[in-house]
Design a protein around this ligand. Structure first.
Ligand code: SAH
Length: 345
């Protein structure tokens, strides 16, 4: 596989163009064109510069291979990378805009028991440009431009653990936020982590005030270890300290993902324990009923149990919402589409 031109920042493009003897404004042109989802071969630059780029860089590092439309309007995308690897992403329509969920790795090695992304482990990390390319491609397909984006919000909640691919993810975020490109505001970006504490702390110092989301899914370390192997490395107490540090550095409240799993973490005692754990903290809880994964024997709770859990949190003063499960008819949950595809279904 050749290199990925979309990995480069505007600054890096500038020195590339300069070294190639091109005029300085070409860098901005290339940056804009790539952010618009254009291939190198269709960039509006002189052909000698274009050919030089094509020698070293992939013409189209992320290609939309298939699109699946759900009854609720959610779209699921299957992307093909230059080396033939497949990744997936989702575009969800909300009243306030369109949220795209992107993948950060091919597969995942975190091993969460309820997640389809991790079934075959991690194949490789995505480069910064391969993460960005997912958004540029979808924005273009949906008829968006740089000024009038069809993708208004971005969540790093697709396959992969963002903080297990730290450098590339930070590079991607800086290019996503950069002026002259897609220019997405940090407050419209959410990054979800299973709780890699050292990286959470490091990220707090990067000066990117996005919505930090932590997949908690349990109220005690013992219970968390049953579904999330990462709980053997870091305790909930350490996660909460890292969250507090993030708040101190950015002023942004943090969010916990809590998937309600039947017979595992969804009883009233869990709701009470969760409320006690989070009482008085500047945080929000996102509840969702676990999306059943065929290869896993865990299932979500029914709607009534989920509503009761939500009520129990709210009545104890915890800010919480129960998210609708979207796109479940098209394999909306993490890694389901790729898993199905790999099996040739
Ligand atoms: N690795 C990161 C981001 C990817 S997963 C993380 O762990 O946060 C995005 C979210 O989807 C996480 O909260 C994850 O726990 C959750 N998730 C994974 N499989 C799910 C399923 N089958 N049903 C509901 N949520 C799921």
């Amino acid at each position: 596989m050749k290199e990925v031109l979309q990995d480069l920042s505007l600054e890096e493009l500038s020195s590339l163009v300069c070294n190639a003897g091109g005029r300085p404004f070409r860098a901005k042109q290339i940056f804009e064109g790539l952010m618009q989802g254009k291939k190198i071969s269709s960039l509006p630059v002189p052909s000698d510069l274009r050919n030089l780029l094509l020698e070293r860089y992939e013409d189209e590092p992320v290609r939309i291979k298939e699109v699946f439309l759900s009854k609720d309007g959610t779209k699921k995308f299957l992307f093909e990378l230059a080396d033939g690897n497949l990744i997936e992403g989702v575009l969800m329509h909300y009243e306030y805009g369109n949220t795209q969920c992107v993948s950060t790795q091919v597969g995942c090695r975190m091993g969460c028991k309820f997640c389809a992304s991790t079934l075959n482990g991690r194949v490789r990390d995505l480069t910064a440009g391969e993460i960005l390319g997912q958004i540029a491609a979808v924005n273009r397909m949906e008829g968006g431009t740089l000024k009038e984006r069809a993708v208004t919000n971005v969540v790093l909640m697709g396959s992969g653990e963002p903080f297990d691919n730290y450098e590339n993810v930070v590079k991607f975020l800086r290019n996503l936020i950069a002026e002259g490109g897609l220019h997405v505001s940090a407050r419209n970006i959410s990054l979800s982590t299973c709780g890699l504490v050292p990286e959470m702390r490091k990220f707090a110092d990067e000066g990117i005030p996005l919505n930090l989301t932590v997949s908690l899914h349990a109220v005690s370390d013992e219970e968390r270890r049953r579904t999330m192997p990462v709980a053997n490395r870091y305790t909930i107490a350490e996660i909460l300290e890292a969250c507090a540090y993030y708040f101190e550095k950015t002023g942004r409240r943090y969010i916990f993902e809590y998937s309600l799993i039947e017979g595992e973490n969804a009883d009233m005692v869990h709701a009470e324990a969760l409320a006690n754990l989070l009482k008085g903290k500047p945080c929000h809880v996102n509840l969702i009923r676990l999306n059943p994964v065929k290869e896993r024997d865990l299932s979500g709770t029914d709607e009534r149990t989920a509503q009761a859990f939500l009520k129990a949190l709210l009545s104890r003063g915890i800010s919480a919402t129960l998210r609708r499960s979207m796109g479940s008819d098209i394999g909306g949950a993490c890694g389901q589409l790729r898993a199905r595809y790999l099996k040739g279904e």
